[in-house]
Design a protein around this ligand. Structure first.
Ligand code: GRF
Length: 192
């Protein structure tokens, strides 16, 4: 799994029994990194300051994931745009979870705030395949979440994340089945 954030999606997958082969982060002090350490999941720290360019960072990240031999890469709140070395190596095998109903409010880390600012009455979350075009790959699963009177970012995000924790496993299972793993439960797949 790739994450820069608090790691609620990582905790949810661990709780549901998915085998997480590795967690990669660019923010070693984030919640997801702490969860990985606590669960003894191999943690790769790819802080930008270690690398001269994002190309160098992404080459190292892709090589690390390939060495581990992951089946599916799950991107949940990794706050750097993944470049070609990663998107090409894991084409068709990498998912992203985004807190809006794509294609609305894609392309940033502020989707919930933008939905509130626009005054939309329904937002939600999307699991999609990662391509080089940010937040624009084929959609696998979506869930709608109504915006309620008096919602602020925290309240709305909490309800969106409750849906994320339901649809990310669905997306993983769907992708695993598509990749030909139907005979094997997704919980046995090796995610990163
Ligand atoms: C999620 O809301 C996801 O949609 C977005 O980043 C957030 C990650 O949350 N891309 P968490 O770190 O898994 O709690």
């Amino acid at each position: 799994m790739l994450s820069s954030g608090k790691g609620s999606n990582l905790s949810n997958l661990l709780q549901r029994g998915y085998h997480i082969a590795a967690v990669a982060t660019n923010r070693p002090s984030c919640g997801a990194a702490a969860t990985a350490r606590q669960h003894l999941v191999p943690l790769g720290e790819f802080s930008q300051k270690r690398f001269g360019s994002s190309l160098a960072r992404d080459r190292t990240l892709a090589a690390w994931l390939e060495r581990i031999g992951v089946d599916i890469v799950v991107n949940a709140g990794y706050d750097r745009i993944l470049g070609e070395p990663v998107t090409r190596a894991f084409a068709g095998r990498m998912l992203n979870i985004h807190p809006s109903l794509l294609p609305s409010f894609g392309g940033g880390m502020d989707a919930v705030q933008r939905a509130l600012e626009h005054g939309v009455k329904i937002t939600g979350c999307t699991v999609h395949l990662v391509t080089e075009a940010v937040d624009a790959g084929p959609i696998l699963v979506q869930a709608a979440v109504p915006v309620l009177p008096g919602d602020d970012q925290d309240r709305l995000l909490a309800r969106i994340q409750a849906e994320e924790h339901r649809i990310l496993p669905e997306g993983i299972d769907l992708l695993w089945a598509r990749l030909g793993g139907a005979a094997q439960p997704a919980k046995e797949t090796t995610l990163a």
